[in-house]
Design a protein around this ligand. Structure first.
Ligand code: GLC
Length: 440
């Protein structure tokens, strides 16, 4: 891209992060998402480190306000009056470990924190780097320990998730299919059959900001709301939830990100001159080996797996490519995933990378996590490609992503066939990761 255009894009990205700054933390998008989200803030900090490293550090520190006493990092830290409706849905106070002075959700999100901490540290001088890592280490260790203690009850190495929001890919097909099998309340099925779900439009706030055709369906939204209420009724106690339900998924995207996060944690601890607790280190090496259990030889794809039945949920999505980011797969497997990225019926779109394959029956080019291309998943794939030495593929995907944003703006997601923008405008992680692309 010519120098002038790059400068404009960089300035535009900085402006988005300025507008979304709430003093100490950043909203994903002003109107649609007015609180602090876990993996959003990590991507935001990864971009911010290039232009204002102190703000990047503050962004991550402020996430820790929401950390529960058992180590859980919630996907949302609520703020302000606007949060009354949401806090009343989640009621984090029903769990004894939730912080007393901040309202949060009761579930987590992909563990991107270690990567963000590590990447910020790499831009600091050695003494500051060590003290930054020392400062963040206790929170990181207790988060990773919580994931094992609470979400890997059989010590299989794979982390289970209890709500689709935890995957970050909210209405991704494997979650919809598991939800329909194991967690669809009868009254929602009746509403669906009678086509009465249209009434939900009156209470939904997201579709007031973004066209309903670009968000999850009313039936999905109702089912997700009911799933939150179920978690709340059990006070977010995973043992009680797992013993009474089949709705628990060993999510492929989450576990791929977790493997990379564990590696980041090892580097952070080593640089800080600290040792990781032995049991944590043992669990971490189990996870790396366990990922291969999610491989399906017949289709040549990785999938998420049902925690209870141990059956793979054979719905291909963008998650199929994320083992590349984990860094924990063989070169041969990585090569197979690059093949998928280039295959027309799978992920080779005009404006890559679609969140489900083009041939999937779920594919719909504007529909949230069921088709559109997202900048954060592109970033994860690019990082993975670089790590495995697929330099040309990484460069091509990065150039396409930057071009897509330069042409259409800092939107939440994009139609992979036409490049048209969708979802929220001025979306923070799109802006932050653009800065990372331009500066790295
Ligand atoms: C949506 C996305 C989720 C993101 C949140 C805030 O719920 O699915 O990944 O964290 O918005 O941007």
């Amino acid at each position: 891209m010519p120098g002038e255009e790059t400068t404009d894009l960089l300035e535009g990205a900085k402006e988005v992060l300025q507008v979304n700054d709430r003093g100490g933390w950043t909203v994903p998008a002003g109107r649609l998402y007015p609180h602090q989200w876990l993996w959003d803030s990590c991507f935001i900090a990864i971009g911010l480190r290039h232009i204002d490293i102190e703000r990047a550090q503050t962004e991550l520190r402020s996430l820790l306000r929401g950390q529960w006493a058992n180590g859980m990092l919630p996907n949302i830290v609520f703020t302000g009056e606007a949060a009354r409706r949401e806090t009343n849905l989640w009621r984090s106070w029903v769990n004894p470990y939730a912080p007393a002075d901040v309202n949060t959700s009761g579930v987590t999100q992909p563990p991107m924190l270690a990567e963000a901490v590590l990447k910020i540290g790499q831009l600091l001088k050695p003494p500051e780097r060590r003290s930054w890592y020392k400062e963040m280490l206790p929170a990181l260790i207790s988060y990773h320990e919580w994931l094992y203690a609470d979400r890997d009850p059989h010590q299989e190495g794979l982390i289970l998730l209890l709500h689709p929001y935890e995957s970050g890919l909210d209405n991704s097909p494997p979650w919809i299919s598991e939800l329909r099998k194991h967690s669809m309340p009868w009254w929602i099925s009746v509403i669906e059959r009678l086509k009465l779900d249209i009434a939900v439009n009156f209470v939904r706030t997201d579709t007031k900001h973004v066209s309903p055709g670009q968000r999850m369906s009313n039936v999905e939204a109702m089912a997700y709301w009911a799933a939150v209420r179920r978690l709340r009724r059990k006070a977010y106690n995973s043992e009680a939830l797992i013993s009474r339900s089949l709705f628990a998924v060993e999510d492929l995207a989450f576990n791929s990100i977790f493997i990379r996060a564990n590696n980041c944690l090892r580097v952070i601890a080593k640089t800080a001159g600290r040792q990781l607790p032995e049991t944590l280190a043992d669990s971490m090496s189990r996870t790396e080996k366990a990922l291969e259990q999610l491989w399906d030889e017949e289709s040549g794809l990785y999938f998420s797996r049902s925690f209870v039945s141990h059956k793979l949920v054979q719905e291909p999505t963008i998650a199929c490519l994320l083992p590349l980011y984990s860094g924990g797969i063989s070169r041969n497997r990585a090569q197979q995933l690059v093949g998928l990225l280039k295959r027309r019926s799978m992920f080779q779109a005009s404006w890559p990378v679609p969140s489900v394959p083009l041939s999937s029956p779920y594919f719909s080019p504007f529909k949230y996590w069921q088709g559109p291309s997202w900048v954060n998943t592109n970033w994860l794939i690019i990082e993975g490609l670089k790590n495995y030495g697929f330099t040309a593929e990484a460069k091509s995907l990065q150039d396409k992503t930057v071009k897509l944003i330069a042409k259409n703006g800092f939107y939440e997601y994009f139609n992979p066939l036409t490049g048209e923008p969708a979802g929220a405008p001025n979306f923070s992680w799109t802006a932050a990761l653009t800065i990372d692309f331009l500066k790295s």
